[in-house]
Design a binder for this molecule. Structure first.
Ligand SMILES: [Zn+2]
Length: 194
């Protein structure tokens, strides 16, 4: 999976969760740890090459001393925010679950879109599937995408075939308008669309 430029944040959950009973310092650390987990090679885990990231390294990257890190982490663990694998890798249950769901939706969307018998006729349904297939990442710039672009514009004869559709951020989609990617100078982030 490519690097995601953004992730879902659930303010309601944060406020309801036991995390909000932690000190602000501990909450701040958890937020910084989440940012590291977001950039991790294994999404949602503080791992590097299958092993836990050393505490010194986490502390440094979160901007605190090892002592601060250990005491705030103990507070977070008492409140049940982080989980650990048997190997001791710290992870966020929420992020891991979200990543699994994204992958499941993506697999399902790919399967449906590759089967001509199953491709829906309604634009809404196709659009939804394309966004899942492309993980809501703009195929032109990699930003968060919530629109779907016709690579060859409809006004130029482009159809609703999945191969002619790509998730696009609003900026790329609206700036492209009824031109082809080549005409606007867009480059595809993934070869499969080229
Ligand atoms: Zn874009």
């Amino acid at each position: 999976m490519g690097k995601l430029p953004a992730f879902q944040f659930y303010p309601g959950d944060w406020v309801r969760d036991s995390i909000s009973g932690c000190t602000l310092a501990a909450q701040g650390l958890w937020l910084r740890m989440i940012l590291l987990m977001h950039d991790s090679d294994r999404y949602g885990y503080l791992s590097v090459n299958g092993s836990p990231i050393p505490p010194e390294s986490i502390a440094r990257r979160c901007g605190c001393t090892l002592e601060q890190y250990e005491s705030l982490l103990a507070e977070l663990e008492t409140n049940g925010a982080p989980s650990r694998t048997p190997e001791g890798i710290i992870f966020s249950r929420r992020m891991v679950r979200d990543a699994q769901e994204r992958e499941e939706w993506r697999a399902l969307a790919v399967q449906i879109l590759e089967d001509p018998q199953q491709i829906p006729t309604s634009w809404r349904a196709i659009r939804e599937l394309i966004l899942h297939r492309d993980l809501n990442l703009c195929g032109y710039c990699g930003a968060f995408a919530d629109t779907v672009d016709h690579i060859l514009p409809k006004s130029r004869g482009g159809n609703n075939h999945p191969k002619n559709l790509i998730a696009a951020c609003r900026h790329c989609n609206y700036s492209k308008n009824d031109r082809t990617p080549e005409e606007v100078g867009y480059v595809f982030m993934k070869e499969e669309h080229g």
